[in-house]
Design a protein around this ligand. Sequence first.
Ligand SMILES: Cc1ncc(COP(=O)(O)O)c(C=O)c1O
Length: 401
Amino acid sequence: MTTNDRHFERLLSARARIGWGGPVGTQRPTSNALYEFGGGFPDPESFPYEGMIEATKVMMKEEGAAAMTYGEPLGYKGLRELACHKYELFEGLKVSPENIIIANGSGHALSLAFSAFLDPGDTMISEVPAFSGTLVTLRRHGPRILGVPIDDEGIVTAAVRERLEQCRREGTPCKLIYTIVNFQNPAGPTQSLRRRHELVALATEFDTLILEDDAYGELRFDGEMLPSLYALDTHNRVIRAGTLSKILGAGVRLGWLLAPKPMIPAFQGFLFGGGVNPYVSRVATYFMRDHMAGHVARLVGVYRAKRDAMLKGLWEVLTGTDVRISKPEGGFFIWIKLPSGTNTAKLLQLAVDARVQYTPGTNFYPNGGGEDHIRLAFSYEPPEKCYEGGRAMGRCILAAR
Ligand SMILES: Cc1ncc(COP(=O)(O)O)c(C=O)c1O
């Protein structure tokens, strides 16, 4: 018998071997943060503790037995209806629960979409930079990722067209286009209406699909909400991922895909059955169905104050350099292009010493790049710490030149 703890590796499936040995999560500098600006963690003080206790009590009285057994394969209908209610409330978009499948957070929902459409070696397009969690999941699906840049209007559709034409010349179908439309993670821009129309038209022209990731849409601090790609699409080309993580709590692990109805079985096939989390789905639904508008309005104020505090701290220290700092209209993140001449290895060490957690830009680039960028999440810490920590990070950046 072998005592080698890696003896299982030769038995791994072909699927598990893809990306084996690579990172299994986003890489960050410190495990001992005083200022936690690394992950997109929601504000713990805004969690509706009492509301969730009350919702659990009411739900258990009304339907305890149903909550404690296997649920519907697409997920608890009440939660699918709640997602429809959310789309109607914030966007005036009418969709049916039959177009929704519940997943274990939108990260899982994205993974279901990748599993349904990507074989190893398949070609897809992703905007770059893009959410590191998606890239980690994507790597394990083994596609060739063609990156296209983003600018202030989001994904550059002219570059998408070039890539799609490249696929056509090569005779390789582009399986899907991944994009984060609102307050892009990490870089912050919101896709303009013009680009949204262009992207949807490109998907139809080149016979491909769009995976629209929208984890933050309701958390808009400034400006007006734009119609989603899903809403603009008239040819069943768009799959949209949504989540309760940012408007209720990431611990409920509830998200979904909204998709054309005939596509839903393609995702369902990757779930075991019994629905995802029927119990927690009910608790979340019982709370949110009565509190959605008020709770989200409160969160918008909370996160706006944090964004402003962090920007203030950063600019107080970094004004006068050639730094570029995003000002997102919503969401959780600030994206920084470091001043020229910044030594990123030194910056990493200085941030570890100052106990400022951040995410290095390289995490957001599937094919290399991003060394001159970092992402800060203002979502978790209270405004005072966003301000102080913004100053502390600014000082690290200055000292790293
Ligand atoms: C753009 C984006 N998509 C998806 C997710 C996944 O979130 P969850 O799985 O908690 O719904 C996140 C989380 O940070 C995100 O920023």
